[in-house]
Design a protein. Sequence first.
Length: 386
Amino acid sequence: DGGFLTPKAIANRIKAKGLQKLRWYCQVCQKQCRDENGFKCHTMSESHQRQLLLVADNPDQFIDGYSTEFQDDFIYLLKRRYGTRRIHANVVYQEYISDRNHVHMNSTCWETLTAFVKYLGREGKCVVDQTEKGWFITYIDRDPEVLARQESLKAKEKLELDDAERNAKYIQQQINKSIKNDPEDERKPSELKRENEVEKVVFAMPTSNIVQKLKTNTTSLEKTSPLDNTDAATFIRPTKKPGDKRKKSALEDIMAEEEKKKSKLRHTDAWLRKGIIVKILNKELGDKFYKRKCLIKEVKDRYVGIVEVLESGARVKIDQADLETVIPSYGKRVMILKGSYKGLIGTLESLDPEKYCVSIRLNEGTDKGKLLRNMAYEDISKTVEA
């Protein structure tokens, strides 16, 4: 124990801390030497010679083992430390070799870091690209759980695309279409030109059927109407050519589309039910209500409900077109809003994000215990627990 605390022993331990030169490291014996003399003495030792004899019997097995271990540790560090971010390969390598007990590259089948990076690109484990600053790598995460989580996030984002965003996108498409079909030159005002300077400009007024009936039925009037004097003015009924069809503007197309949506909405079945939990989609109500979950306290006129925000307790009267259903977690209570089982309570058994449908097991009714499959998200909604 006294030798452990001597100044020489303490100095040796201080020198041994941290990284040493790679050329004085023996991967076979996993021993790091501090200088050239120490490394020479180690290579002449009996233990090192015995280890070399074992490696000489099957060198490919040892090199493949060290290469696999180096690759696994490098990719694990890249995945955990940097994820799927684009990073310089040398930055990852410097952090990897900061561990004293790491597998050294001179014991693998790759001579340089560039060769190892190219290997990762060929095998499809990373996306590699070379720039003026060197090689950059990006880890490709193929974990099934990660892929499933990404798919669920995409499905959630698709569900959260509200009517306002869809309308804005549709309006922009109609504007682009109108600009494309109606060039700028045609929309500019033009000068009024007369083909014949001698010919007079005549304004003619069409006759009305009501005026003709009044003239025939009123016999008690002594004075005739000025309209009876057909010699004074020429009456011309304007004719509409078959080809003269005015193009609808982008605003008229949008208004027509909105009317179709409103009429279609009114023809759908009312799904509002007292006691269910829904989400507000109307941005005009402000952050106090927008994207907030609320409880339907009362239903009026089938399509309108009075809702109460779960967090703040604020109430508002809102149409069902500005609401969407809420899907609970597994095993929670839901209420069926459409179909032959409308109004019954069930339990959420499973969920299919790809088909946007769920499976519900009935908790009441004559078919209690029956499993209803492939029910759309909008056909059910979360309800308060009993």
